[in-house]
Design a protein around this ligand. Structure first.
Ligand code: PMP
Length: 342
């Protein structure tokens, strides 16, 4: 039996997301935090393993709502923000518009769900090309626009003014993906939530030390949350993740200290990379740095030979690799290796 013949054509032409596990000494490829919260794991002891988790994640949402100054009704929980991208596109459909290069899941999920996607290149500074985005907005009339700011993989924040113009012009929803906002000097869009009915903000705990939990959330008007909630699978966030997230979020000082440390290391790393001949790093507001080298495949391979794993982004941004900020020691090991190779 030819299984491929049974598969929907949009899915047949997709390739599975490559989250390869490559053995290494220093793992700087996935924009994780080098600092976890093992003490928060004690929270799982209270869990009744025979019971389903709280389907609404009420306690966790209450903590987040208080931290963000919104109502729990403005939040929707996801098994990572990846799942929420899926839910948004399943709820509203396409066309889906986003600038490129950006986070690959906007395109992959649009295609998997058979929705039209429109990609508009960023400008030379990796900022939004407003003219082209406005033209695409008028022509395509997208139901959803995704804007990752800071943007993965370029690391910069998009101009807030341009984002606001897009929100004002759009007849559909604009999803501002703030996965890396904690590392940015930008305040983010939560304070503007009540000014724009079509604004959706997406956050995740994955970059701040809790990637293992798979927890992301939407912040939006109640009407939007209620619609997306219709496609959410029951019990999508498991009890262990809910309990550990609540415990970890109580450790505000430790969370903030880790974020500050990573942002400080990033700024130091950028300066150090700028001094290496043959390496052109781009400024970053996230927990990673994009950098251009002459031969990215070779540099990637030589770094890996030294046990250092980074991400080869050269398919999306020519000549570029992306390195996640690690501990100070990991960063030194990376810099030393890069210096030797370059
Ligand atoms: N948005 C952006 C911009 C990302 O880079 C990532 C992770 N690579 C995600 C969303 C997904 O994060 P998660 O599913 O772990 O919450």
């Amino acid at each position: 039996m030819d299984i491929r013949r049974l598969v929907k054509k949009e899915v047949a032409s997709l390739r599975a997301y490559q989250a390869k596990e490559i053995p290494c000494r220093v793992k700087l490829d996935a924009n994780e935090s080098p600092y976890g919260f093992p003490s928060a794991l004690t929270a799982v002891k209270k869990i009744q393993t025979n019971r389903y988790p709280d389907p609404e994640a009420k306690a966790l949402k209450a903590v987040l709502a208080k931290d963000l100054g919104v109502k729990p009704q403005n939040l929707l929980q996801g098994n990572g923000s990846d799942e929420l991208i899926y839910y948004l596109i399943a709820t509203f459909g396409g066309p889906v518009l986003y600038p490129v290069p950006t986070f690959s899941m906007y395109g992959i999920i649009s295609q998997a769900l058979g929705e039209k996607k429109k990609e508009v290149p960023l400008d030379r500074d990796f900022d939004i090309d407003l003219d082209r985005m406005m033209t695409a907005l008028r022509k395509e009339k997208p139901k959803l626009v995704f804007l990752s700011t800071p943007n993965n993989p370029t690391g910069n924040c998009f101009s807030s003014e341009k984002i606001l113009k897009i929100i004002a012009e759009s007849k559909g929803l604009v999803v501002v993906d703030e996965a890396y906002q904690p590392f940015s000097s930008d305040k983010g869009f939560v304070p503007l939530l009540h000014d724009y009915k079509n604004l959706v903000i997406m956050r995740t705990l994955s970059k701040i030390g809790l990637a293992a939990l798979r927890f992301g959330f939407l912040i939006a008007g109640e009407e939007i949350i209620d619609e997306v909630n219709k496609v959410r699978l029951p019990f999508n966030v498991n009890a262990l993740s809910q309990a550990v997230a609540i415990e970890a979020l109580k450790k505000k000082k430790a969370l903030q200290a880790a974020i500050r440390e990573i942002a400080g290391e990033r700024d130091k790393m950028l300066l150090a990379m700028e001094r290496i001949k043959g390496v052109m790093p781009f400024p970053s507001e996230a927990n990673f740095i994009l950098f251009r080298v002459k031969d990215p495949h070779k540099v990637y391979g030589l770094l890996l030979e030294k046990g250092i794993l980074v991400r080869n982004i050269s398919d999306a941004v020519s000549g570029c690799l992306r390195v996640t900020i690690g501990t100070p020691r990991e960063n030194v090991l990376f810099l030393r290796a890069l210096e030797k190779i370059a």
